[in-house]
Design a protein around this ligand. Structure first.
Ligand SMILES: N[C@@H](CCC(=O)N[C@@H](CS)C(=O)NCC(=O)O)C(=O)O
Length: 207
């Protein structure tokens, strides 16, 4: 398999973590961001959206990080049950948790202070906290992982955001103890340590 995408991308990090969980060998081609490579015809043949990650598995070329996670889980018969619970929480990640996180990350990291918008920041930080309260309610029955007793691609899809969330807002999980416990559990995994708990300095806009 060939994975296309810079390791500083949160969406690429999900796939890197899944590959580590599954112990799959792959070639990693670093494209996107400061590395470029998304505009050429070769990359366009892989994906119409010209974004990373892209996973080539034989003749199959897949984009959208959550579709890639599901593909890997199905392919290997691991990382999640074949029912709707895992899917449901992955959709929640795409629609409810990740958008406000991306917005606050851009405000805090990818924009100069002079360009930031306090109202955008406040609205999205509020939405992020609401999403965390929803996740807290989902984990309140004491389940170890998002889909239940088993670690799954839903833990990867959502969990991959938390290193950056906590780096920016260290106290944000103080009123969501189940989320805090779950985050500590997944953060102990080698794939998280290697691919998620990493510097995002290359994304910081400083001038
Ligand atoms: N919904 C897509 C989002 C893909 C996306 O927006 N990727 C970003 C990086 S996180 C990208 O390719 N940005 C352009 C670049 O890196 O140059 C997914 O989950 O894969």
């Amino acid at each position: 398999m060939i994975l296309w995408g810079r390791a500083s991308s949160a969406n690429v990090q999900k796939v890197l973590w899944a590959m580590a969980e599954l112990g799959l060998p792959f070639e990693h081609r670093i494209v996107g961001g400061k590395y470029g490579g998304l505009d050429g015809p070769d990359f366009a043949r892989l994906t119409p959206v010209r974004r990373v990650p892209v996973l080539q598995d034989g003749d199959l070329s897949l984009w959208e990080s959550h579709a890639i996670l599901r593909h890997l889980a199905r392919r290997e018969g691991k990382l999640g049950r074949a029912d709707g619970v895992v899917d449901m929480w992955m959709e929640f990640g795409s629609t409810t948790l990740q958008p406000p996180f991306i917005a606050v990350f851009w405000q805090q990291v990818r924009m100069l202070p002079a360009d930031r918008d306090e109202r955008v920041m406040a609205t999205n930080l509020g939405a992020l906290k609401s999403a965390l309260a929803m996740l807290e309610a989902g984990l309140a029955d004491g389940r170890a992982y998002i889909g239940g007793a088993e670690f799954s691609v839903a833990d990867i899809a959502l969990g991959s955001l938390f290193y950056r969330i906590l780096d920016l807002f260290p106290d944000i999980l103080s009123s969501t103890p189940h989320v805090a416990d779950w985050q500590a559990r997944i953060a102990a995994r080698p794939g998280y340590q290697t691919y998620i708990a990493t510097s995002y300095d290359e994304l910081k806009v400083t001038s």
